[in-house]
Unconditional design. Sequence first.
Length: 313
Amino acid sequence: MVERKAPQWLIVLAFMAVYIVWGTTYLAVIYGLRGFPPFMLSALRYLMAGILLLGWCFIRKEKWPGWQVVRTCSISGLFMLVGGSGMVAWAEQYVTSGQAAIVIAAEPFIFLLADKKRWREYFSNRFIITGLLIGFVGIILFFGGSDAKSAPSGDATMQWVGYSAILIGTVFWVSGALLAEGRLEKGVSNIVSSCIQLFAAGICSSLISGATGEWGKVRFNEVPAEAWAGLFYLVIFGSLIAYMAFTWLITVRPPALVSTHTYVNPVVAVLVGWAFVNEQLGWVQMVGMVVILLGVLLTNFPSYKLSFNQQRA
């Protein structure tokens, strides 16, 4: 499948959003969980972002798609945002923000295995394969240097349950992303498709939250300011800026390459954790960061080379 053409500067900005901004949202989830249960936090996040996008769609007079597109967007939104991000929010009750980001680093390999139509492109390019492998080694180094004792829960069993939930959520995320990338028509606006995905995920998360009794446990006037701040950050930077950048990027670049954000996100997550909650960085983690960044550069090297040649021509 041939990706859509897009300005190189816009692609760079979108990669910065998914590489850097998304890495900060793991800490925002931790703050949000100090006042909201996980699926209520997800429901509020998605519905608020969906309402903002819907308003923007009306202002721009965006054309609303047919039922088939709405159905595809809704299903992909449920997979990515409820099964993917929702599971991460639940798991962060038992693991740290940095640990969650590290486990999600398995995403590029799941994309690589699931995206069959691009196997020839992936497996024939030595830079992509080498970069993915180097990035994975960096993640192992990074994980080996992390402090498991810093997890929110002192129960080691629940930590591993949290890790398992994140891996399952990653499979859901990849499935939803590939569904949207493979079935959505090229003429569908990214704003419209993201709006539908957010509303579908928000409604589903609300139902799950209600079924598990979360809504009856929260008094909104008692929610601390830091939890509200975490929620609003997730709405603007997580569900609008970074999420829309991701859903657009997978239409202009191979999904396995876009998913290399999961190699950089742990670095950002731990750095932000160090800056705001005094998490310590060991020398093994520092080495892991360098290795991760090298892997990302290698996976994107073919794109850099192509762009350079086009500019020279």
